[in-house]
Write a protein that binds this ligand. Structure first.
Ligand code: PLP
Length: 470
Protein backbone atom coordinates (compact mmCIF):
# COMPACT_ATOMS: atom_id res chain seq x y z
CA UNK A 1 0.00 0.00 0.00
CA UNK A 2 1.30 3.45 -0.80
CA UNK A 3 0.31 6.64 0.95
CA UNK A 4 0.05 9.77 -1.09
CA UNK A 5 1.51 12.27 1.29
CA UNK A 6 2.80 15.58 0.03
CA UNK A 7 6.55 16.00 -0.09
CA UNK A 8 7.67 19.36 1.22
CA UNK A 9 11.15 20.76 1.53
CA UNK A 10 12.94 23.11 3.86
CA UNK A 11 12.09 26.01 1.54
CA UNK A 12 8.45 25.87 2.54
CA UNK A 13 9.16 26.25 6.23
CA UNK A 14 9.64 29.99 6.19
CA UNK A 15 6.13 30.85 7.33
CA UNK A 16 5.61 32.55 10.66
CA UNK A 17 4.28 29.79 12.87
CA UNK A 18 3.85 26.06 12.85
CA UNK A 19 0.56 24.25 13.18
CA UNK A 20 -0.29 20.59 13.30
CA UNK A 21 -0.52 19.24 9.73
CA UNK A 22 -3.65 17.25 10.65
CA UNK A 23 -7.08 17.66 12.14
CA UNK A 24 -8.72 15.51 14.80
CA UNK A 25 -11.08 12.72 13.74
CA UNK A 26 -11.62 10.85 17.00
CA UNK A 27 -11.18 11.90 20.63
CA UNK A 28 -10.49 10.10 23.90
CA UNK A 29 -11.95 11.76 27.01
CA UNK A 30 -9.58 12.66 29.86
CA UNK A 31 -10.40 12.26 33.54
CA UNK A 32 -9.56 14.98 36.05
CA UNK A 33 -8.97 13.69 39.58
CA UNK A 34 -9.13 15.38 42.99
CA UNK A 35 -6.07 16.02 45.15
CA UNK A 36 -7.24 13.35 47.60
CA UNK A 37 -7.53 10.79 44.78
CA UNK A 38 -4.06 11.63 43.51
CA UNK A 39 -2.60 11.48 47.03
CA UNK A 40 -3.95 7.92 47.36
CA UNK A 41 -2.94 6.86 43.84
CA UNK A 42 0.61 8.14 44.36
CA UNK A 43 1.04 6.34 47.69
CA UNK A 44 -0.32 3.12 46.12
CA UNK A 45 2.24 3.55 43.33
CA UNK A 46 5.15 3.84 45.77
CA UNK A 47 5.81 7.40 44.53
CA UNK A 48 6.94 5.94 41.22
CA UNK A 49 5.04 7.40 38.27
CA UNK A 50 5.65 4.16 36.32
CA UNK A 51 3.39 2.38 38.80
CA UNK A 52 0.41 4.75 38.46
CA UNK A 53 -2.68 3.58 36.61
CA UNK A 54 -3.21 5.65 33.49
CA UNK A 55 -6.86 6.25 34.41
CA UNK A 56 -5.56 8.27 37.37
CA UNK A 57 -3.46 10.47 35.06
CA UNK A 58 -4.73 13.66 33.43
CA UNK A 59 -1.97 14.64 30.96
CA UNK A 60 0.42 11.76 30.41
CA UNK A 61 3.98 12.85 29.65
CA UNK A 62 5.57 9.71 31.07
CA UNK A 63 6.99 8.78 27.70
CA UNK A 64 6.75 9.36 23.98
CA UNK A 65 7.16 5.61 23.51
CA UNK A 66 4.23 3.81 21.92
CA UNK A 67 1.94 6.65 22.92
CA UNK A 68 1.68 8.16 19.45
CA UNK A 69 -1.63 8.80 17.69
CA UNK A 70 -1.77 6.90 14.41
CA UNK A 71 -3.11 8.52 11.25
CA UNK A 72 -6.26 7.40 9.41
CA UNK A 73 -3.93 5.84 6.83
CA UNK A 74 -2.18 3.81 9.51
CA UNK A 75 -5.51 2.62 10.93
CA UNK A 76 -6.49 1.62 7.41
CA UNK A 77 -3.17 -0.21 7.19
CA UNK A 78 -4.17 -2.33 10.20
CA UNK A 79 -7.02 -3.72 8.11
CA UNK A 80 -4.63 -4.47 5.25
CA UNK A 81 -2.11 -6.32 7.40
CA UNK A 82 -1.20 -9.78 6.12
CA UNK A 83 -1.26 -12.18 9.07
CA UNK A 84 0.57 -15.03 7.35
CA UNK A 85 3.02 -16.74 9.72
CA UNK A 86 5.69 -16.79 7.02
CA UNK A 87 6.37 -14.41 4.16
CA UNK A 88 3.78 -11.78 5.13
CA UNK A 89 3.29 -9.09 2.50
CA UNK A 90 3.33 -6.55 5.34
CA UNK A 91 6.87 -7.65 6.19
CA UNK A 92 8.05 -7.05 2.64
CA UNK A 93 6.47 -3.60 2.66
CA UNK A 94 8.19 -2.81 5.94
CA UNK A 95 11.51 -4.12 4.64
CA UNK A 96 11.16 -2.04 1.49
CA UNK A 97 10.30 1.10 3.49
CA UNK A 98 13.24 0.72 5.88
CA UNK A 99 15.55 0.17 2.90
CA UNK A 100 14.24 3.27 1.16
CA UNK A 101 14.05 5.62 4.13
CA UNK A 102 17.03 4.49 6.24
CA UNK A 103 19.11 2.92 3.48
CA UNK A 104 20.21 -0.34 5.12
CA UNK A 105 20.34 -3.60 3.18
CA UNK A 106 18.98 -6.27 5.56
CA UNK A 107 15.98 -5.80 7.87
CA UNK A 108 14.62 -7.84 10.77
CA UNK A 109 11.42 -6.87 12.56
CA UNK A 110 11.38 -7.14 16.37
CA UNK A 111 8.63 -6.69 18.91
CA UNK A 112 10.14 -3.36 20.02
CA UNK A 113 13.50 -1.64 20.34
CA UNK A 114 14.93 -3.75 23.13
CA UNK A 115 14.24 -6.90 21.12
CA UNK A 116 16.60 -5.54 18.47
CA UNK A 117 19.09 -4.42 21.14
CA UNK A 118 19.10 -7.90 22.57
CA UNK A 119 19.89 -9.48 19.19
CA UNK A 120 22.62 -7.05 18.17
CA UNK A 121 24.26 -7.19 21.61
CA UNK A 122 24.38 -10.99 21.46
CA UNK A 123 25.82 -11.19 17.96
CA UNK A 124 28.21 -8.23 18.07
CA UNK A 125 29.70 -8.29 21.59
CA UNK A 126 32.25 -10.76 22.96
CA UNK A 127 32.26 -10.87 26.78
CA UNK A 128 34.81 -8.40 28.13
CA UNK A 129 34.69 -6.10 25.10
CA UNK A 130 34.05 -2.37 25.49
CA UNK A 131 31.04 -0.65 23.97
CA UNK A 132 31.63 3.11 23.78
CA UNK A 133 28.51 5.22 23.43
CA UNK A 134 27.32 8.85 23.39
CA UNK A 135 25.83 8.58 26.87
CA UNK A 136 24.00 5.46 27.89
CA UNK A 137 20.39 4.56 27.30
CA UNK A 138 18.79 2.32 29.92
CA UNK A 139 17.73 -0.71 27.85
CA UNK A 140 20.64 -0.36 25.42
CA UNK A 141 23.23 -0.52 28.17
CA UNK A 142 21.34 -3.28 29.99
CA UNK A 143 21.53 -5.54 26.91
CA UNK A 144 25.15 -4.63 26.23
CA UNK A 145 26.02 -5.56 29.82
CA UNK A 146 23.94 -8.77 29.75
CA UNK A 147 25.99 -9.78 26.68
CA UNK A 148 29.19 -9.23 28.69
CA UNK A 149 30.03 -5.81 27.27
CA UNK A 150 31.45 -2.90 29.26
CA UNK A 151 29.79 0.39 28.46
CA UNK A 152 31.95 3.52 28.33
CA UNK A 153 30.54 7.01 27.91
CA UNK A 154 32.34 9.02 25.20
CA UNK A 155 29.86 11.87 24.77
CA UNK A 156 31.24 15.44 24.81
CA UNK A 157 31.42 17.07 28.25
CA UNK A 158 28.81 19.68 27.27
CA UNK A 159 26.18 16.91 27.29
CA UNK A 160 26.54 16.64 31.05
CA UNK A 161 25.94 20.35 31.59
CA UNK A 162 22.24 21.25 31.48
CA UNK A 163 23.01 24.94 30.91
CA UNK A 164 25.47 24.56 28.04
CA UNK A 165 23.88 25.83 24.79
CA UNK A 166 26.02 23.65 22.47
CA UNK A 167 23.88 22.94 19.36
CA UNK A 168 24.93 19.26 19.15
CA UNK A 169 25.24 18.05 22.71
CA UNK A 170 24.86 14.45 21.53
CA UNK A 171 28.22 14.49 19.72
CA UNK A 172 30.92 11.99 20.55
CA UNK A 173 34.18 13.38 21.91
CA UNK A 174 36.47 11.78 19.32
CA UNK A 175 39.53 12.13 21.55
CA UNK A 176 37.80 10.24 24.39
CA UNK A 177 37.01 7.47 21.93
CA UNK A 178 40.56 7.41 20.57
CA UNK A 179 41.92 7.19 24.10
CA UNK A 180 39.70 4.18 24.78
CA UNK A 181 40.84 2.48 21.56
CA UNK A 182 44.51 3.15 22.40
CA UNK A 183 44.06 1.94 25.97
CA UNK A 184 42.12 -1.26 25.22
CA UNK A 185 43.03 -2.01 21.59
CA UNK A 186 40.59 -1.92 18.68
CA UNK A 187 39.98 -5.65 19.00
CA UNK A 188 38.53 -5.09 22.47
CA UNK A 189 35.97 -2.60 21.21
CA UNK A 190 32.80 -4.41 20.09
CA UNK A 191 31.37 -1.45 18.19
CA UNK A 192 30.64 2.23 18.63
CA UNK A 193 27.09 2.62 19.92
CA UNK A 194 25.83 5.94 18.57
CA UNK A 195 22.35 7.25 19.44
CA UNK A 196 20.53 9.91 17.42
CA UNK A 197 19.16 12.56 19.78
CA UNK A 198 20.53 11.51 23.13
CA UNK A 199 17.62 10.98 25.46
CA UNK A 200 19.52 11.04 28.74
CA UNK A 201 21.22 14.33 27.81
CA UNK A 202 17.85 15.95 27.19
CA UNK A 203 16.99 14.86 23.64
CA UNK A 204 20.16 16.43 22.22
CA UNK A 205 21.24 15.81 18.61
CA UNK A 206 24.38 14.47 16.96
CA UNK A 207 25.88 16.48 14.09
CA UNK A 208 26.58 15.14 10.60
CA UNK A 209 30.18 16.26 11.08
CA UNK A 210 30.44 13.98 14.09
CA UNK A 211 29.10 10.86 12.38
CA UNK A 212 31.42 11.52 9.42
CA UNK A 213 34.42 11.75 11.76
CA UNK A 214 33.31 8.58 13.50
CA UNK A 215 33.08 6.76 10.18
CA UNK A 216 36.64 7.73 9.34
CA UNK A 217 37.90 6.70 12.78
CA UNK A 218 36.05 3.39 12.68
CA UNK A 219 37.42 2.66 9.20
CA UNK A 220 40.97 3.28 10.45
CA UNK A 221 40.51 0.84 13.33
CA UNK A 222 38.13 -1.58 11.60
CA UNK A 223 35.46 -1.08 14.25
CA UNK A 224 31.73 -1.18 13.49
CA UNK A 225 29.62 1.92 13.90
CA UNK A 226 26.05 1.05 14.89
CA UNK A 227 23.22 3.52 15.34
CA UNK A 228 20.33 3.65 17.75
CA UNK A 229 17.94 5.18 15.18
CA UNK A 230 15.00 5.45 17.57
CA UNK A 231 14.76 9.27 17.34
CA UNK A 232 16.98 9.79 14.32
CA UNK A 233 14.25 11.65 12.38
CA UNK A 234 14.12 14.23 15.17
CA UNK A 235 17.91 14.38 15.00
CA UNK A 236 17.68 15.11 11.26
CA UNK A 237 15.47 18.11 12.01
CA UNK A 238 18.17 19.66 14.22
CA UNK A 239 20.80 19.09 11.53
CA UNK A 240 18.55 20.85 9.01
CA UNK A 241 18.03 23.71 11.44
CA UNK A 242 21.55 24.12 12.82
CA UNK A 243 24.29 22.57 10.71
CA UNK A 244 25.83 24.60 7.87
CA UNK A 245 24.97 23.16 4.45
CA UNK A 246 21.78 21.34 5.45
CA UNK A 247 19.10 24.06 5.50
CA UNK A 248 17.98 23.22 1.96
CA UNK A 249 18.09 19.45 2.33
CA UNK A 250 14.96 17.51 3.19
CA UNK A 251 14.59 15.59 6.45
CA UNK A 252 14.51 12.39 4.37
CA UNK A 253 17.80 13.26 2.63
CA UNK A 254 19.52 14.17 5.89
CA UNK A 255 18.31 11.00 7.60
CA UNK A 256 19.56 8.79 4.79
CA UNK A 257 22.93 10.53 4.59
CA UNK A 258 23.44 10.15 8.33
CA UNK A 259 22.59 6.45 8.26
CA UNK A 260 24.91 5.93 5.28
CA UNK A 261 27.91 6.54 7.57
CA UNK A 262 26.86 3.69 9.87
CA UNK A 263 26.93 -0.10 9.47
CA UNK A 264 23.48 -0.74 10.81
CA UNK A 265 20.85 0.39 13.26
CA UNK A 266 18.31 -0.73 15.78
CA UNK A 267 15.00 1.01 16.15
CA UNK A 268 12.21 1.42 18.63
CA UNK A 269 9.41 2.23 16.18
CA UNK A 270 7.32 3.29 19.18
CA UNK A 271 9.02 6.71 18.95
CA UNK A 272 9.74 8.35 15.56
CA UNK A 273 7.78 5.78 13.51
CA UNK A 274 4.39 6.80 14.95
CA UNK A 275 3.14 3.38 16.02
CA UNK A 276 2.21 1.88 19.38
CA UNK A 277 4.42 -1.21 19.14
CA UNK A 278 7.26 -2.44 16.97
CA UNK A 279 10.93 -2.20 16.18
CA UNK A 280 13.58 -3.46 13.81
CA UNK A 281 17.22 -4.25 13.38
CA UNK A 282 18.84 -3.38 10.06
CA UNK A 283 22.39 -4.21 8.99
CA UNK A 284 24.57 -4.00 5.92
CA UNK A 285 26.89 -6.87 6.90
CA UNK A 286 25.42 -10.14 5.64
CA UNK A 287 27.22 -12.41 8.07
CA UNK A 288 26.27 -10.39 11.13
CA UNK A 289 22.71 -10.18 9.83
CA UNK A 290 22.50 -13.93 9.40
CA UNK A 291 23.58 -14.47 12.99
CA UNK A 292 20.88 -12.08 14.19
CA UNK A 293 18.29 -13.57 11.86
CA UNK A 294 18.95 -16.96 13.34
CA UNK A 295 18.54 -15.69 16.91
CA UNK A 296 15.30 -13.89 16.11
CA UNK A 297 13.47 -17.22 15.87
CA UNK A 298 14.55 -18.05 19.42
CA UNK A 299 13.59 -14.77 21.04
CA UNK A 300 11.05 -12.92 18.88
CA UNK A 301 9.43 -15.04 16.16
CA UNK A 302 10.06 -15.96 12.56
CA UNK A 303 12.21 -13.41 10.71
CA UNK A 304 9.24 -12.19 8.67
CA UNK A 305 7.25 -11.09 11.73
CA UNK A 306 9.69 -10.79 14.66
CA UNK A 307 7.06 -10.86 17.41
CA UNK A 308 4.66 -8.51 15.64
CA UNK A 309 1.31 -9.00 13.96
CA UNK A 310 1.24 -8.37 10.22
CA UNK A 311 -0.95 -5.32 10.86
CA UNK A 312 1.69 -3.85 13.21
CA UNK A 313 4.30 -4.08 10.44
CA UNK A 314 1.86 -2.51 7.96
CA UNK A 315 1.14 0.43 10.29
CA UNK A 316 4.87 0.80 10.96
CA UNK A 317 5.72 1.00 7.27
CA UNK A 318 3.17 3.78 6.81
CA UNK A 319 4.31 5.52 10.01
CA UNK A 320 7.92 5.58 8.80
CA UNK A 321 6.79 7.32 5.59
CA UNK A 322 4.82 9.89 7.59
CA UNK A 323 7.61 10.45 10.10
CA UNK A 324 9.94 12.05 7.55
CA UNK A 325 7.38 14.59 6.31
CA UNK A 326 8.68 18.12 6.89
CA UNK A 327 5.45 19.55 8.32
CA UNK A 328 5.06 16.65 10.70
CA UNK A 329 8.50 16.94 12.22
CA UNK A 330 8.36 20.72 12.39
CA UNK A 331 5.07 20.65 14.32
CA UNK A 332 6.31 17.82 16.51
CA UNK A 333 9.45 19.62 17.63
CA UNK A 334 7.61 22.96 17.61
CA UNK A 335 5.25 21.67 20.29
CA UNK A 336 8.08 20.41 22.49
CA UNK A 337 9.83 23.75 22.11
CA UNK A 338 6.61 25.64 22.90
CA UNK A 339 6.37 23.96 26.30
CA UNK A 340 10.10 24.38 26.95
CA UNK A 341 10.01 28.08 26.11
CA UNK A 342 7.00 28.66 28.39
CA UNK A 343 8.89 27.11 31.29
CA UNK A 344 12.14 28.91 30.53
CA UNK A 345 10.23 32.21 30.36
CA UNK A 346 8.88 31.49 33.86
CA UNK A 347 12.49 30.93 35.08
CA UNK A 348 11.91 27.24 35.76
CA UNK A 349 15.28 25.46 35.38
CA UNK A 350 15.17 23.31 32.24
CA UNK A 351 17.84 21.64 30.14
CA UNK A 352 19.00 23.90 27.30
CA UNK A 353 18.67 23.80 24.37
CA UNK A 354 15.16 22.28 24.39
CA UNK A 355 15.47 18.80 22.87
CA UNK A 356 13.49 16.86 20.31
CA UNK A 357 11.00 14.76 22.23
CA UNK A 358 10.75 16.14 25.73
CA UNK A 359 11.34 19.01 28.09
CA UNK A 360 13.69 18.07 30.91
CA UNK A 361 13.36 19.84 34.25
CA UNK A 362 16.70 20.23 36.00
CA UNK A 363 15.91 18.82 39.45
CA UNK A 364 19.29 19.85 40.90
CA UNK A 365 18.52 23.51 40.34
CA UNK A 366 14.80 23.03 41.01
CA UNK A 367 15.52 21.57 44.47
CA UNK A 368 19.02 22.85 45.39
CA UNK A 369 18.38 21.89 49.03
CA UNK A 370 17.95 18.15 48.20
CA UNK A 371 21.00 15.85 47.81
CA UNK A 372 21.02 13.26 45.04
CA UNK A 373 20.67 10.53 47.71
CA UNK A 374 17.05 11.58 48.33
CA UNK A 375 16.14 11.37 44.62
CA UNK A 376 15.27 14.96 43.67
CA UNK A 377 14.07 14.11 40.14
CA UNK A 378 11.89 11.28 41.42
CA UNK A 379 10.54 13.69 44.03
CA UNK A 380 9.76 16.28 41.38
CA UNK A 381 7.88 13.76 39.22
CA UNK A 382 5.81 12.76 42.26
CA UNK A 383 5.07 16.36 43.27
CA UNK A 384 4.02 17.29 39.74
CA UNK A 385 1.58 14.40 39.58
CA UNK A 386 0.19 15.33 42.98
CA UNK A 387 -0.33 18.94 41.98
CA UNK A 388 -2.18 18.38 38.74
CA UNK A 389 -2.29 14.80 37.53
CA UNK A 390 0.48 15.50 34.99
CA UNK A 391 2.77 12.47 34.76
CA UNK A 392 6.46 12.75 33.95
CA UNK A 393 9.36 10.45 34.83
CA UNK A 394 12.72 10.40 36.55
CA UNK A 395 15.92 10.51 34.51
CA UNK A 396 18.60 10.75 37.18
CA UNK A 397 20.17 8.57 39.83
CA UNK A 398 17.32 6.04 39.88
CA UNK A 399 17.44 5.52 36.10
CA UNK A 400 21.24 5.33 36.15
CA UNK A 401 21.15 2.23 38.37
CA UNK A 402 24.20 0.61 39.92
CA UNK A 403 27.65 -0.21 38.58
CA UNK A 404 27.58 -3.98 37.91
CA UNK A 405 31.20 -4.33 39.08
CA UNK A 406 31.11 -2.37 42.35
CA UNK A 407 27.40 -2.46 43.21
CA UNK A 408 27.49 1.28 43.95
CA UNK A 409 24.91 3.76 42.60
CA UNK A 410 25.98 5.43 39.38
CA UNK A 411 25.91 9.18 40.19
CA UNK A 412 24.97 10.87 36.90
CA UNK A 413 25.72 14.57 36.72
CA UNK A 414 22.26 15.10 35.23
CA UNK A 415 19.37 14.75 37.64
CA UNK A 416 16.34 15.36 35.45
CA UNK A 417 12.59 14.98 35.40
CA UNK A 418 11.42 14.34 31.87
CA UNK A 419 8.18 15.58 30.38
CA UNK A 420 8.02 13.56 27.15
CA UNK A 421 5.44 14.59 24.62
CA UNK A 422 3.56 11.89 22.69
CA UNK A 423 3.37 12.59 18.96
CA UNK A 424 0.10 14.02 17.59
CA UNK A 425 -1.76 13.48 20.90
CA UNK A 426 -2.02 16.68 22.94
CA UNK A 427 -2.87 20.25 21.96
CA UNK A 428 -1.15 23.52 22.69
CA UNK A 429 -3.74 24.21 25.43
CA UNK A 430 -2.61 21.02 27.17
CA UNK A 431 0.94 22.39 27.08
CA UNK A 432 -0.30 25.58 28.78
CA UNK A 433 -1.84 23.47 31.56
CA UNK A 434 1.40 21.56 32.00
CA UNK A 435 3.44 24.76 32.21
CA UNK A 436 1.08 26.14 34.88
CA UNK A 437 1.37 22.91 36.87
CA UNK A 438 5.17 22.94 36.79
CA UNK A 439 5.17 26.58 37.89
CA UNK A 440 2.87 25.75 40.80
CA UNK A 441 5.26 23.01 41.95
CA UNK A 442 8.18 25.40 41.50
CA UNK A 443 6.46 28.00 43.68
CA UNK A 444 6.30 25.53 46.59
CA UNK A 445 9.72 23.94 45.93
CA UNK A 446 11.13 24.86 49.36
CA UNK A 447 8.79 22.47 51.17
CA UNK A 448 9.95 19.34 49.24
CA UNK A 449 11.83 16.84 51.42
CA UNK A 450 12.78 14.01 49.10
CA UNK A 451 12.15 10.26 49.06
CA UNK A 452 13.67 7.04 50.36
CA UNK A 453 13.79 3.88 48.20
CA UNK A 454 11.93 1.02 49.90
CA UNK A 455 12.12 -1.60 47.12
CA UNK A 456 14.83 -1.92 44.51
CA UNK A 457 14.54 -4.43 41.66
CA UNK A 458 17.71 -5.89 40.19
CA UNK A 459 17.30 -4.81 36.55
CA UNK A 460 16.22 -1.41 35.19
CA UNK A 461 15.14 -0.41 38.66
CA UNK A 462 13.43 2.85 37.67
CA UNK A 463 10.52 0.93 36.16
CA UNK A 464 9.48 -0.90 39.33
CA UNK A 465 11.23 0.68 42.33
CA UNK A 466 9.08 1.87 45.23
CA UNK A 467 9.65 4.87 47.48
CA UNK A 468 8.30 6.53 50.57
CA UNK A 469 8.21 10.12 51.72
CA UNK A 470 11.02 11.30 53.96
C1 PLP B 1 12.81 3.40 23.78
C2 PLP B 1 14.22 3.31 23.40
C3 PLP B 1 14.86 2.08 23.27
C4 PLP B 1 14.18 0.78 23.59
O1 PLP B 1 13.08 0.57 22.81
P1 PLP B 1 11.74 -0.14 23.35
O2 PLP B 1 10.84 -0.08 22.16
O3 PLP B 1 11.23 0.64 24.51
O4 PLP B 1 12.09 -1.52 23.72
C5 PLP B 1 16.17 2.10 22.85
N1 PLP B 1 16.84 3.24 22.62
C6 PLP B 1 16.25 4.44 22.76
C7 PLP B 1 17.03 5.68 22.49
C8 PLP B 1 14.93 4.51 23.17
O5 PLP B 1 14.37 5.70 23.34
Amino acid sequence: MTTNLPVTTGHQLGRRSWAEPWKIKMVEPLRITTTAERERALADAGYNTFLLRSEDVYIDLLTDSGTNAMSDRQWAGLMLGDEAYAGSRSFYELEQTVREVYGYRYVLPTHQGRGAEHLISRVAIRPGQFVPGNMYFTTTRAHQELAGGIFEDVVIDAAHDPEDEHPFKGDVDISKLERLITREGADNVAYVSLAGTVNMAGGQPVSMACVRDLRALCNRHRIRLLLDATRMVENAFFIQEREPGYADKTIAEILKEFCSYTDGAWMSAKKDALVNIGGWLALNDEELFEAARNLVVVFEGLHTYGGLAGRDMQAMAIGITESVQEDHIRARIGQVRYLGDLLAAADVPVVRPIGGHAVFLDARRFYPHLSQEVFPAQTLAAELYLDSGVRGMERGIVSAGRDPATGEHHHPSLELTRLAIPRRVYTQAHMDIVAEAVQAVYDKRHSAKGLIMTYEPRYLRFFQARFDRL
